[in-house]
Every structure is written in structure tokens, then in C-alpha cells.
Design a protein around this ligand. Structure first.
Ligand code: HEM
Length: 428
């Protein structure tokens, strides 16, 4: 079969008939149906990762959560006992042309480590993301949203505004940059870097990654001159007080992770969720008539059109029997969040968008933010931004509508995620 024109990384598509590759056009272009078919084949399905290495897809809700709770599945391939460099992550970093001396910054992320390093890193940052801290940010999030919304008409061309460009992106990037302490002048640059990184284009990455690392070192130097009360200052203080609590590489990587994970995903939750509501007028009406429903609506939008379709790979640290399949030590497992979130074993009528599906006060009932130890650190923040974004948008512009047919909405064709390239709307 022919490789799709999504990325040079699609080079291996079709090499192993019968073993789905994450770059297969069926999986990239229609992950809901593509991974849905795999889920109905079995809870654990043999496939191939981007670099052509074997991977087990875990496709069903219960099994996905089981693996994410099971610490025998490690995030760091080294823990699984594979040779250094001989794992999908290292090979991808190599294919992507990340210079050797910068690889530590990719590998040193909280997402690539396990206990006890993970526990230590997570504890250092989780203080900034407690429910109380996040609730305290709400008035500011509302203010930012209101300001952006008031200015939307200025950006209209022939009555049409791209909501991604002028609302879905600027809202979360402003919020996370204020929290971390990234100066306003640098934010457009961060947004461009974020886009380069997710493009998985070796050229873009080779240019962007070193620039980002340099930039963070520069910010760290500035904070050393004058500490403030932002998260950046707190991380610098922690590192300078005691490097065994937070190393230099860990500090830089943490800042990188927070800024990137903190805006790009949330932007696409806002975009996907808005598109979903605008194409489901009955659901939009429910949200407009009863804003109290927003927290439940956000749970449902995360399930139905969450932007992240798969987690990082996990590696078996020993031979493990998973739902009747033997996963051998060192083998990689891909948790497929998108198929789990539509698992008919867990949800009735899973394909239906139903903002009243989740009972009042019920904890989240989907895996769009992951599960277990690495459960999204920013979930409370992201949900709050979603609630504010949908609520304020629909009250400012009750007559808002899509400016194109739903089928004409263009997507960024990348594996593991659901991102729209733009979201053209008419405000009234
Ligand atoms: C982890 C999704 C927003 C920071 C994760 C994971 C998922 C996820 C699925 C787990 C990955 C895995 O287990 O391999 C999302 C989605 C978001 C969002 C869909 C928006 C709708 C945010 C925000 C922040 C953030 C706003 C900012 C603080 C992180 C961090 C981790 C993480 C630091 C790693 C946690 C750890 O390893 O312990 N996110 N995220 N995310 N997320 Fe988010």
C-alpha cells in the first residue's frame, strides 16, 4: 500500500501486512473507526510504531486503565532492560534529527521517567496545580477569555473568523505562560515552536529544539538575577537550593513540558469541543440554557473529541500476561485512548455526543487525560479553561455558527491526536 503524504516517518507503512502501523492512512485519517476496528479484534493487538518497531495496541477501556495503573509497565525504556538506544523512543529521536547533546532534554521529561524519579518530579510541580490554586486562577482565565472574545470581530474577514487562531490558542497559551512566567513578547514564538514540534518534521525539529532549550536557559539566567513568584522562579529556587531535588536538565525539561503540554492540547480541546457543539445544535442548546451543565459537558467533550488519542509508549519490565496475551519483557505497549473512550463495553451508545451522559458530581469517566501515576498534571486547569471557553463563547455569541460544512473542516493529519487546522466561524 502507498504511504500517506503526512510525514517522512510514514516510510514503513505497509511493510508488515496484517500488522497495523500507527502511520497507516486508515488509522491517521479516521482513528475513530480505524482503532475502533482494532478494539473489536481484541483488547491487545499486535502492530507497528512509527519507526517500524513492534508495539502492542491496548484498545479497550478496562485494559487501558489496568496497564496505566500497573507499575510493571514503565515509561522509561531503560527500566525495561533494553539496550540504551534500542527502543522506539530513542530511534524516533534519532530519525527526527535531534542533536545528540540535546537528547537528554527529551529523555529527561517527567513523562519518560518512573518512580522514584517520577514521584520526586511530580511532587515538585504538583503544588502549583492543586485544585485550590487552579480555582484561584478562574477569574483571570475568564478575563482573558472575555478580552479575546470582545476582539474577535476585529479579526473577521467577510464575516468569518478563525477561532483557533484568535481564541482557542491565545487563551491557554496566555494562561500557562502567566503561570510559568514566560514574557508576553516570547509567546508567539512558543506557539510556533509548539507547532514545529508536533509536526514531527525533522527539519522543523532540528531548528526548533535547540532554540527552545537555549531560550529556557536564557529565562533561567534572567530569573537568577531577579526571582519572582512565578513557577519558573520556584523551579530555579528548588534547583539552586539542592540539585539532587531537581537537576539542571530536569528543570529545563520541566519548563519545556509545562509550556508545551499546557497550551497546545488545551487549544485543541477548545477547538474540537466548539466544533462538536456547533455541529450538534441540541447539545449546544443544553449548554446555553443551563451553564451549570458545563463541567459535565467538558467531561463528555474530552471523551468524545479529546485532542490526545494515545499515551506515551509503556515498556514491560518483566513478562506480563495482559488479557490473555503474553507481553514479553522489554516490549512496547501503546495505550489507545480514542478506542477506549468509545468502548461499547463501558459506554452505552458510545458514538453519541451526550453532554448529560456524566452524572452530576461524578468523577471523570474517560481516559482522555490518561490514568494512574502519569495522569495529566494539568487536567483541572484544562477542564476549567474548557468550561470558561465554551461558556463565555456561547454567551458572547449565541448566534455563532460554522462558516463551512462540517465535512470541510480541515484536520492536521498526524497520528495519536485530533487537531483541526482551522475553525472558521461566523459570529452571528
Ligand atoms: C500528562 C492529556 C492539558 C501537563 C498527560 C497525559 C495525557 C494528557 C493523556 C498522560 C500521558 C501518558 O500517560 O503517557 C492532556 C490533554 C490536555 C492536557 C488532553 C488538554 C485538554 C495539560 C495542561 C498541562 C498539562 C494544561 C499544564 C500543566 C501535563 C504533564 C503531564 C501530562 C506535566 C505528565 C504528567 C506525569 O508524567 O506525571 N496529559 N493534557 N497537560 N500533562 Fe496533560
Amino acid at each position: 500500500s502507498e504511504a500517506p503524504a503526512v510525514s517522512p516517518l510514514a516510510a514503513h507503512v505497509g511493510k508488515h501486512p496484517g500488522e497495523p502501523n500507527v502511520m497507516d492512512p486508515e488509522l491517521v485519517n479516521d482513528p475513530f473507526s480505524g482503532y475502533g476496528k482494532l478494539r473489536e479484534q481484541g483488547p491487545v493487538v499486535r502492530g507497528r510504531f512509527i519507526d517500524d518497531s513492534p508495539v502492542w495496541f491496548v484498545t479497550r477501556f478496562e485494559e487501558v486503565r489496568e496497564v496505566l495503573r500497573d507499575q510493571r509497565f514503565a515509561n522509561n525504556p531503560a527500566v525495561a532492560g533494553t539496550e540504551p538506544g534500542d527502543d522506539p523512543l530513542s530511534r524516533m529521536v534519532e530519525v527526527l534529527g535531534i542533536p545528540e547533546h540535546l537528547r537528554v532534554y527529551m529523555e529527561g521529561s517527567i513523562l519518560n521517567c518512573d518512580a522514584p524519579d517520577h514521584t520526586r518530579l511530580r511532587r515538585l510541580v504538583s503544588r502549583a496545580f492543586t485544585a485550590r490554586k487552579i480555582t484561584g486562577l478562574r477569574p483571570r482565565v475568564e478575563q482573558i477569555a472575555d478580552e479575546l472574545l470582545a476582539r474577535l470581530p476585529e479579526h473577521a474577514e467577510d464575516g468569518v473568523v478563525d477561532l483557533i487562531e484568535h481564541f482557542a490558542y491565545p487563551l491557554p497559551i496566555t494562561v500557562i505562560c502567566e503561570l510559568v512566567g514566560i514574557p508576553e513578547a516570547d509567546r508567539p514564538q512558543w506557539r510556533a515552536w509548539g507547532a514545529d514540534l508536533i509536526s514531527l518534521e525533522p527539519e522543523a525539529l532540528a531548528r526548533t529544539f535547540p532554540a527552545m532549550i537555549d531560550h529556557i536557559h536564557e529565562l533561567v539566567r534572567e530569573r537568577r538575577q531577579a526571582l519572582t513568584d512565578d513557577l519558573l522562579s520556584e523551579l530555579v529556587r528548588t534547583h539552586d537550593d539542592d540539585g539532587s531535588r531537581l537537576s539542571d536538565v530536569e528543570m529545563v525539561t520541566m519548563i519545556l513540558t509545562l509550556v508545551l503540554a499546557g497550551h497546545e492540547t488545551t487549544a485543541h480541546l477548545i477547538a474540537n469541543g466548539t466544533a462538536a457543539l456547533l455541529t450538534h445544535p441540541d447539545q449546544q442548546r443544553l449548554v446555553t440554557t443551563d451553564p451549570g451543565i458545563l463541567p459535565r459537558a467538558v467531561h463528555e467533550l474530552m471523551r468524545w473529541c479529546g485532542p490526545v488519542h494515545a499515551t506515551q509508549l509503556r515498556y514491560a519490565s518483566e513478562d506480563i500476561d495482559l488479557a490473555g496475551t503474553r507481553i514479553s519483557k522489554g516490549e512496547a505497549v501503546q495505550l489507545v485512548l480514542v478506542s477506549a473512550n468509545f468502548d461499547p463495553r463501558h459506554y452505552s451508545d458510545p458514538d453519541r455526543l451526550d453532554v448529560t451522559r456524566h452524572p452530576v458530581g461524578q468523577a471523570e469517566n474517560h481516559v482522555g487525560f490518561g490514568h494512574g501515576m502519569h495522569y495529566c498534571l494539568g487536567a483541572t486547569l484544562a477542564r476549567q479553561e474548557g468550561e470558561v471557553a465554551f461558556g463565555r463563547l456561547l454567551s458572547h455569541y449565541p448566534g455563532i455558527s460554522l462558516a463551512v460544512e462540517p465535512d470541510a473542516l480541515e484536520r492536521v493529519p498526524l497520528p495519536g491526536s485530533w487537531r483541526l487546522a482551522s475553525l472558521p466561524v461566523r459570529l452571528r
